[in-house]
Design a protein around this ligand. Structure first.
Ligand SMILES: C[S@@+](CC[C@H](N)C(=O)[O-])C[C@H]1O[C@@H](n2cnc3c(N)ncnc32)[C@H](O)[C@@H]1O
Length: 324
């Protein structure tokens, strides 16, 4: 099987994700982030005629391209594409009359295809409108944020979501420059960031605006809010033995996933000194591969996106395990 897509997105940790989902041919699976349909194609291929896949994406172009791809997959399983944010997973599944699923996959962030489309405004390397919305039908654009938020708020976004060391300096430069003319294009914005950086930072291998663009994209698309909501609802959505697999690309995201999985595995809140548990919180299941899975050398060499990826997987307990 291959994760290659004519959508110009190579699925990250493709084999590892499918393996960790432990797909049952007659199971019901959710792909929260359809993208180019790479992982979804693999899930469909593994499903039989009684199996079903429901795939979410809030980007209309991604949904259209992935639908074509999924239509070509040799599979008797049924699939549906939901035009929704995966933070609305519970409501969307309830509307479909679904109470529980056997596996959920989320491959966070944007696809290479989205980054490559200049007119979507995700890229510092190509000039386009400073937009960055995955769902272009609603919400604030990146231009709205940099043209209206306070320097403090912009600095917070750059520091928190981009881990940008020069956040304060860059935020002040942004606010100074927008007084002359508001930002409209990625090109002029990336150039301002380059000019505002101290000269030592310009010696780094990576583009000086890389972290700023990442931070704005996360803010524009409320990416951490969506992940937080997913982590709130996912345990209740999983059937017994069902698995949740999440691929993160950012240390903040990974920390959120790691802490949630730890909490689910060991929810006891009793002080360590207590000889027995009296809080009554029971484990929801177990982590598979506690440290998470990272890409091997050959994948990291052939796909730069894979270098920061980490896959974590949690399995919901089976009834017999809960009774032990
Ligand atoms: C990294 S790509 C997924 C690639 C896909 N796994 C593949 O193999 O082709 C992430 C996709 O998820 C979508 N996405 C990100 N966050 C989302 C959210 N909260 N709700 C719905 N879609 C989201 C993006 O629009 C993008 O198309």
């Amino acid at each position: 099987m291959s994760g290659d897509s004519d959508f110009r997105h190579i699925s990250v940790l493709y084999n590892e994700s499918l393996e960790h989902l432990a797909i049952k041919p007659d199971g019901l699976y959710v792909d929260c982030t359809l993208g180019g349909g790479g992982h979804s194609s693999g899930i469909l291929e593994a499903l039989g005629s009684q199996g079903r896949l429901i795939a979410f994406d809030k980007d209309a172009d991604a949904r259209a391209a992935a639908k074509q791809r999924l239509n070509q997959v040799q599979s008797e399983a049924k699939f549906d594409i939901a035009a929704a944010d995966f933070s609305d997973l519970e409501e969307v599944l309830q509307d479909m009359g679904i109470q529980g699923v056997d596996g959920i996959l989320a491959d966070l962030g944007v696809s290479s295809w989205q980054l490559d489309q200049a007119e979507r405004g995700f890229s510092y390397g190509q000039d386009g409108p400073l937009d960055m919305r995955m769902d272009i039908s609603s919400g604030q654009t990146a231009a709205d944020i940099v043209n209206t938020e306070s320097a403090e708020q912009i600095a917070w976004i750059l520091k928190t979501y981009g881990e940008e060391r020069y956040a304060r300096r860059l935020a002040e430069a942004i606010v100074r420059r927008r007084m002359d003319k508001p930002f409209a294009r990625t090109g002029e914005f990336a150039e301002l960031i380059r000019q505002a950086m101290p000269s030592k930072a310009l010696k780094e291998k990576q583009h000086p605006a890389r972290r700023t663009f990442q931070a704005l994209r996360i803010a524009v698309n409320h990416e951490l809010d969506a992940l937080e909501k997913l982590l709130e609802i996912a345990p209740d959505m999983l059937n017994e033995g069902g698995r949740l697999c999440i691929i993160t690309f950012h240390s903040l995201e990974d920390r959120m996933v790691k802490e949630a999985f730890r909490r689910w595995e060991n929810p006891c809140t009793c002080p360590r000194s207590f000889p027995v548990c009296i809080c009554g919180n029971k484990p929801l299941g177990k982590q598979i591969d506690r440290k998470g899975i990272i890409a091997d050398i050959s994948e990291s060499e052939s796909n730069a996106r894979a270098r920061s990826a980490r896959l974590r997987c949690f399995e919901r307990s089976r009834e017999e395990e809960l009774q032990i």
